[in-house]
Every structure is written in structure tokens, then in C-alpha cells.
Design a protein around this ligand. Structure first.
Ligand code: HEM
Length: 451
């Protein structure tokens, strides 16, 4: 990292009056973020009227992520998301976060993950049961239903009736999109007008809340389970206060929101990338044939799937679903050689860091084997952050890795997915980074289809 005398960071070029860089961030976010390291290790941008500083260097990102008292959750964009997500785990300030994480962590311990993995296997079988050779799928939609059913049945320990899951899926999607829009294009009172878009957003929030309230009421009626909802009902803060129903609802909305689109999008990217890279696909096929011989994966198989895991790591490098997050300084401090007063908004982007060619040579190339030599590499500190870092690191990281590895391996054990001839990938940047609609054709694997 270049050492500069303590100063204020330089600004990114191209700011517009009033909007700052909000338009660039909204209209071509990935190109805009990737252009920033050329302007320094910490670069000032304008989010509407608010200045924010983008962390472009891995050491600075590491320091920011691991000192969560100085670099706390918050900032002007964040406050907009708080309106819907309250003071839930990803939103809470460091003091509240400590006890919340302590109370929720048991839902992600190894014994729980083992139990969730059984649900993951059942749901992959359920998804593929209706597949036939030649069937044309909207793959992203199929995987979104899969991961939402899994998170509903595992973490929330609730029934996953088709109609209710479809409604929650639709509502969550509308809500996540609506929040993204409000954060990226801060148009204030315009979002209160009775436009069709605003009405859709409000009605989706209501439907989502009522679905989650139903789960809480059910669990209140039969307490004592080992699931997250029961844990939240029994949780107490440091002063012995239990959580209110609204707090519990916020936690569950966030957990379902964070726990399905992220993994569905990553899986969809993985299938697309394999369809475009026959050598990598061949290696996955050889590995799953050896380890699974056509059956669905279980957690006991994970050690026998190292190449499949490298594919997942590479997908998360190229297309990290959580592509930008914010922090705010709680005290005067320094970062990357710059002085920052208390209250400074910071932004970090896994996409930006993962696409720096000095950290990941030829960053646009899909190369799972780059992880053969790099796992455990200390240079990755702050450079590879698909799940964030420090004590705010994703609580579902292991859950997600198990789910994605099991689903990718189990599908590849029996199926090869092929895009329409001439189809191209159109990356969509919304609340999460995704591949958008992805029509794919099912081809049953077997000696005859292996080229
Ligand atoms: C590919 C899948 C996933 C990715 C890439 C991902 C990414 C992330 C990232 C980057 C953060 C940190 C945000 C920050 O620094 O501000 C985070 C936090 C979080 N994630 Fe995930 N996530 C994934 C899956 C999941 C799943 C499956 C769940 C739950 C079932 C989940 C629940 C959460 C929660 C509750 C937090 C807040 C943690 C805290 O502040 O203590 N995520 N995730």
C-alpha cells in the first residue's frame, strides 16, 4: 500500500451536481467500482449529497472489517435499509450485535448444519424429480425456489407449502429490489407517492411481514425447538430484556432475504460458467462420478469434492452476490494513510477487490485451479471477501458453502445443463449480483452424452 502523509482522500472523477456519482453507481456499477483503484487506496465518491469513501486496498479492507468498533455498521444508505430491517443482525451497531450474534450463532453450529444438509439433499431431489431430457428451465428461478425452500425448512424450520413459498419469493424479491433502488437513487419523498412501483413495494413488505408473523405465532404456540425462531423467542439482551415480536420478525426477514438469493445466484452462475468451460465441466463430472456415482451428495461427500469446491470459490470471486456494503467511523481515525473524522461513511466492494488484476491475475478468466495454490494464502487477507470478514462475517458462510457444493455436485452427477445456442450472460446488479433469467436445457448425463 502506498504511504501518503495523512490527508483527505482524492475524489473519483465524473461527479454530477446534487447526484454526485449516484448515477454511475446505479447505471454501470461494476465498471465504475472497478475504475476506482486507479485513483487511490481510498477514493471519495458522492452518493447524492453525501460523500462516501470506497476502500480499494485489501489491507485497508481487512483493517476496516476486523475493527468493527471503529468501523461500525451505518451510513446514510444503511439508514434507508434500517427502515425495513430494523436493528436485525446485519444492521445492528457493534454493542447490540455482540449479544444478537451470541444468541443466533447456535443455529449455525456443525450439528445444525448436518441436520440442514439432509434438507438440502431432499430439496435438490425434489427440484430435479421433474426434470426430463430436453426440458427448458428458467434456471435462476428454479434455483431461487430451491434455496428459499431450503432456508425455510432448515433455518426457519417452517413448512414450505408451494403457494406460500412462491408468495414469499415474489415479495422478498420486490422488497430487496425496492430497498436497493431507495439506497442507490435517494429520491426521498418521491418514494412516498402512490405510483404502481411504490404500491407494489409497500404491499410486498406487508405480505412478507404477515408470512413471517404466521411462523412466529406458530412457534410461540409450541415452544422449545432447536430452530432459529425458538432461539429468538428465548433470547435476551445483556440487560435480560427479551426480543420484541417486531425484533424477531426483522431478524427472520433478514435471514430469509440474506439466505436464498445469494446462494441461488451463485449456483446459477456456476452452472453457466461450467456450460461455457468444457474442461472445467469435465473435471467436475469426473469428480462427481468418482465420489457420488449418480447419487445425491451428503456432507460426508464434501471432502471428496475438492474441485467442485474450487469452482464455487471461483464463482464467488468473479460474481460475489453481496457486491457492496457500508460502514461508518465511530471516532476520528486513519485508514490507508488518510485522516477520517468520526461519522465518515465508507463502502467496500468484494467485486472491486476480486477484480484487481494485481491481486487476481487475469481476473475475468474463470480459473478454479487458481485456488489450488492460493487457499491459505495470507495475501488474500482483505482481498477475497465474498462473505465479508471480522466479527461481522456472514453467519451463513458454512451453510452456504455446504448448500452450494452439495447442490452443484448432485445436479452434475446426473445432469448437464446447456444454454440455448447463442445465449449470452447478462449480469444483473441489484441488491445482489445475479445472472438474471437464465434459460437452460436439461441433458441427462451418461456415456452417450459425454463428449
Ligand atoms: C453465497 C452466499 C452468501 C454470501 C456471498 C453472503 C455474503 C455476506 C456478506 C458479504 C456479509 C457481510 C456484510 C457486511 O460486511 O456488511 C454477510 C452477512 C450476513 N449473512 Fe450472508 N451471504 C451468503 C449466504 C447467507 C446465508 C445462507 C445466510 C443465512 C441463512 C446469510 C445470513 C447473513 C447474515 C444474518 C449476515 C449478518 C451477519 C452479522 O452482521 O453478524 N448469508 N453475508
Amino acid at each position: 500500500m502506498t504511504t501518503i502523509p495523512l490527508s483527505l482522500p482524492g475524489a473519483a472523477p465524473g461527479a454530477w451536481p446534487l447526484l454526485g456519482h449516484a448515477w454511475q453507481l446505479h447505471s454501470r456499477p461494476l465498471e465504475f467500482l472497478s475504475s476506482l483503484p486507479a485513483h487511490g487506496d481510498l477514493v471519495r465518491i458522492g452518493m447524492g449529497p453525501y460523500p462516501a469513501y470506497v476502500v480499494c486496498h485489501p489491507e485497508a479492507a481487512h483493517r476496516m472489517l476486523t475493527d468493527s468498533r471503529t468501523f461500525d455498521k451505518g451510513g446514510p444508505f444503511f439508514d434507508k435499509a434500517r427502515v425495513l430491517f430494523g436493528s436485525s443482525l446485519p444492521m445492528s451497531g457493534w454493542q447490540e450485535h455482540r449479544w444478537q450474534r451470541r444468541e443466533m450463532q447456535p443455529a449455525f453450529q456443525p450439528d445444525r448444519l448436518e441436520a440442514y444438509a439432509a434438507v438440502m439433499g431432499e430439496e435438490v431431489d425434489r427440484m430435479t424429480a421433474g426434470w426430463r431430457p430436453g426440458l427448458r428451465l428458467d434456471l435462476t428461478a428454479a434455483l431461487t425456489t430451491l434455496t428459499l425452500r431450503i432456508v425455510t425448512r432448515s433455518v426457519l424450520a417452517a413448512e414450505a407449502e408451494d403457494e406460500a413459498v412462491a408468495d414469499v419469493q415474489h415479495s422478498l424479491h420486490t422488497v430487496i429490489d425496492g430497498i436497493y433502488q431507495r439506497v442507490m437513487l435517494p429520491l426521498g419523498p418521491l418514494y412516498r407517492l402512490p405510483t404502481p412501483g411504490n404500491r407494489r413495494y409497500r404491499s410486498a413488505c406487508k405480505r412478507l411481514h404477515s408470512a413471517i408473523d404466521g411462523i412466529i405465532a406458530e412457534r410461540r404456540a409450541s415452544p422449545g425447538g432447536k430452530d432459529l425462531v425458538s432461539m429468538l423467542l428465548a433470547a435476551h439482551d445483556d440487560t435480560g430484556e427479551p426480543m420484541s415480536d417486531k425484533d424477531i420478525r426483522d431478524q427472520l426477514v433478514v435471514m430469509s432475504g440474506a439466505g436464498f438469493e445469494t446462494t441461488a445466484n451463485s449456483l446459477a452462475f456456476a452452472f453457466w460458467l461450467l456450460s461455457q468451460h468444457p474442461e472445467a465441466e469435465k473435471q467436475v463430472h469426473a469428480e462427481v462420478d468418482r465420489t457420488l456415482a449418480g447419487r445425491t451428495a451428503t456432507p460426508a461427500d464434501l471432502d471428496g469434492l475438492p474441485y467442485t469446491r474450487r469452482v464455487i470459490h471461483e464463482v464467488l470471486r468473479m460474481y460475489p452476490p453481496g457486491w457492496f456494503f457500508t460502514r461508518v467511523t465511530t471516532t476520528d481515525t486513519t485508514l490507508a494513510g488518510h485522516r477520517l473524522p468520526a461519522g465518515t461513511a465508507l463502502l467496500y466492494s468484494a467485486y472491486l477487490l476480486h477484480h484487481r488484476p494485481d491481486l487476481f491475475p487475469d481476473p475475468e478468466r474463470f480459473e478454479p485451479d487458481r485456488w489450488l495454490t492460493r487457499s491459505g494464502d495470507s495475501l488474500l487477507r482483505g482481498a477475497y471477501v465474498p462473505f465479508g470478514g471480522g466479527n461481522r462475517k456472514c453467519i451463513g458462510d458454512q451453510y452456504a458453502l455446504i448448500e452450494m457444493t452439495m447442490a452443484l455436485a448432485s445436479v452434475c452427477a446426473r445432469w448437464s445443463l446447456r444454454p440455448d445456442p447463442g445465449a449470452t450472460l447478462r449480469v444483473q446488479v441489484r441488491g445482489t449480483l445475479g445472472p438474471g433469467r437464465l434459460p437452460m436445457n436439461c441433458r441427462e448425463r451418461g456415456a452417450a452424452v459425454e463428449e
